[in-house]
Write a protein that binds this ligand. Structure first.
Ligand SMILES: Nc1nc2c(ncn2[C@@H]2O[C@H](COP(=O)(O)OP(=O)(O)OP(=O)(O)O)[C@@H](O)[C@H]2O)c(=O)[nH]1
Length: 364
């Protein structure tokens, strides 16, 4: 896979009224956002948000209304971008150097990420750079309790912005910050008033940074932010978890229990020895077919028995991006690390399925 020519895409999500448009308006006015194509998805025939974006010659704003990108408009994203880019070129303007997609407040961002991986035209031209999620400081806690979409938006994000912090006391911010960190421990958190935040903090969460021309494996995977489960601890001959996973300083492994009884789990599964390609394929295939809907996001650096260079994997629900080979120098060891963000799937289920395929491989 060739990363260098792909245009970065930032997905801006967050529940209804959480401050997405306010942020976008400030964000795209920054000099570093020149030549950005903004796609705004709104419900209803007469969307308003696109009118709230200050337009200039340096940005193009296109609106996708009458439906939600995560449900009914999936096929339209590719068409919308193709038309918008063709229109820019016809006006003698350059193709965009970045695309920002603002979702509806009720959107599940996972299908939008899937689209970027599966749509042939999109996948060959764009790569996900970051998912930015706004969480309203005043309503965020209640919204998270009540709305599954809001939990999934937080769980899948690379950057979590607590917005409207001018409306609440410091004392109310801490519980919300803890709540969203328990759902998504690896995402950077920032507090924002009226969308005022440096644009540099919102971008650059992808595996490859075009501006630096390098792979940023640690910043992308952030495996150290998660509670770690080791494959060796789940072997049939070793029923007890070792003390490694209970080491001091490990993030909590407590799932975040929502009102609907759904657990968001964010964890890292480590495999010390290189994995056979068959075991990897069988394990991931079964995971996706049994639990795909509940796999919000998977990122992994994988070492296989039959190749020296590590592979980067990125999956959303049932879909995986084609594996990207990385230069061996981009990692420090041969440990495979899989970061999972799941809804209602315990780490033990993922680990035990892995054990099944690896310990019984002679029988397969
Ligand atoms: N006090 C305060 N109000 C804010 C802030 N950010 C946004 N708002 C207000 O909150 C309301 C909703 O903000 P929007 O930016 O439209 O939120 P949105 O997420 O785009 O809303 P939808 O498109 O309806 O989902 C607006 O009235 C904003 O002016 C903030 O930091 N402080």
């Amino acid at each position: 896979m060739q990363f260098t020519t792909l245009t970065p895409v930032n997905v801006l999500t967050g529940f209804l009224g959480s401050g997405k448009t306010t942020l976008l308006n400030r964000w795209v006015r920054q000099a570093s956002m020149r030549n950005t194509l903004i796609v705004i998805n709104e419900f209803g025939d007469i969307g308003l948000d696109h009118q709230l974006i200050t337009q200039s010659d340096e940005q193009a704003v296109v609106e996708m209304s009458s439906g939600c990108l995560c449900c009914t408009l999936r096929g339209d994203l590719s068409q919308t971008l193709q038309q918008a880019i063709a229109a820019l070129l016809a006006e003698g303007k350059p193709a965009p150097s970045r695309v920002v997609i603002e979702t509806t407040g009720l959107a599940d961002p996972a299908p939008i990420l899937q689209l970027l991986m599966t749509d042939h035209w999109l996948a060959h031209r764009f790569q996900l750079d970051s998912v930015v999620c706004c969480v309203d400081a005043a309503n965020g806690e209640a919204t998270l309790q009540a709305h599954r979409e809001s939990q999934r938006q937080v769980a899948i994000a690379d950057r979590l912005l607590i917005t409207k912090t001018d409306l609440v006391d410091e004392a109310r911010l801490a519980p919300l910050a803890n709540q969203i960190a328990s759902i998504n421990p690896a995402a950077e958190q920032w507090q924002v008033v009226n969308g005022n935040l440096s644009p540099e903090l919102l971008v650059g969460a992808g595996l490859f940074r075009g501006d630096s021309q390098r792979y940023q494996v640690d910043q992308w995977l952030k495996s150290a932010s998660y509670h770690v489960h080791h494959a060796a601890d789940y072997r049939a001959d070793k029923p007890q978890q070792s003390s490694i996973s209970a080491a001091v300083g490990q993030p909590t492994s407590q799932p975040t229990l929502t009102r609907h009884g759904e657990n968001i789990n964010a964890f890292c599964f480590c495999v010390e020895d290189p994995i056979t390609p068959d075991a990897l394929e069988n394990w991931l295939d079964l995971l996706m077919s049994l639990m795909g809907e509940k796999m919000l996001r998977i990122k992994a650096i994988v070492h296989l028995t039959d190749r020296d260079e590590p592979l980067a994997l990125h999956g959303v629900q049932h879909i995986f991006h084609p594996p990207a080979p990385l230069p061996p120098s981009s990692v420090n060891d041969r440990v495979s690390r899989f970061v999972f963000i799941t809804q209602d799937v315990a780490p033990a289920s993922v680990a035990q399925l892995y054990t099944f395929f690896t310990s019984s491989k002679e029988a397969l």
